[in-house]
Design a protein. Structure first.
Length: 258
């Protein structure tokens, strides 16, 4: 007797104010990730534009608006520009470690400082330690916290972190945060993205998923700096228009893999 296949059940949220486009309403479709095949389901949904938050996979489903577009970097084709190469050299002394998904007080303190500096009016500022622990630890898939620390001779302080899922075709950057007020460490957010691209490439993973890009939103513009960039549209994934500048040689792979 053949076992019945359980298909996921999808639900839709009530409309709420859009955090990216003034005057717009956002709505999401979501499903639960649970059971022995949660990872496979998350992989499949990721390829059609879903994102993970704890044990839920979601994507925008807004009435009359499709501005939020899923984007992913093609790791094999990425070549850093001059500014990006300079950042990578400047921060090459960072100690990078792929940690199991376990929340720490040090991570939470860094998150609070990041939110106060970059998103002081955002909804996440109300998070407490328990909320953060749930954000990190309630994952039914292969999740890591990638930590970025000062070298031991500079005290080893945590200056950046990213909650990252390893999917079958790439790394999905769930949420990154860093010491935004550290004058000695400018551009940490860019460094974290580039490290993920190098890390995925070294692991033979073709993509790094950056979440949603909203054309016209200044908060999302940074995602277009990483090329080749693919955008998910009605006809599947396609390349965003390529930059015109010539591409330098590819950088070396990251030292440590996920």
């Amino acid at each position: 007797m053949t076992a019945l296949t359980r298909f996921p059940r999808f639900f839709v949220t009530s409309p709420s104010p859009c955090p990216y486009l003034p005057g717009k309403q956002e709505r999401k479709i979501f499903t639960e990730l649970s059971g022995p095949h949660a990872g496979e389901l998350n992989d499949a949904l990721g390829r059609i534009g879903f994102r993970r938050s704890q044990s839920v996979a979601y994507r925008p489903s807004c009435v009359g608006c499709n501005a939020c577009l899923s984007v992913r970097v093609v790791t094999d084709g990425f070549r850093p520009n001059a500014t990006q190469r300079k950042l990578m050299r400047r921060h090459s002394d960072l100690v990078v470690t792929a940690c199991r998904p376990w929340a720490t007080e040090e991570q939470f303190d860094l998150l609070r400082r990041y939110l106060n500096a970059r998103h002081p009016t955002g909804g996440m500022t109300a998070m407490d330690e328990t909320d953060y622990s749930d954000m990190v630890e309630q994952s039914p898939v292969g999740t890591y916290v990638i930590e970025y620390r000062e070298p031991p001779e500079r005290g080893g302080a945590l200056v950046g972190a990213c909650i990252t899922d390893r999917q079958c075709d790439g790394l999905s950057m769930i949420y990154s945060f860093f010491d935004a007020d550290n004058a000695d460490r400018p551009g940490l957010g860019n460094v974290i993205i580039m490290d993920h691209i190098m890390r995925a490439r070294a692991a033979d993973l073709p993509y790094v998923y950056l979440g949603y890009w909203v054309k016209g939103s200044d908060r999302m513009a940074y995602k277009t700096r990483y090329r080749p960039l693919e955008v998910l549209g009605p006809n599947g994934w396609s390349r965003l228009e390529e930059v015109a500048e010539p591409l330098p040689a590819a950088p070396a792979p990251a030292r440590e893999l996920v």
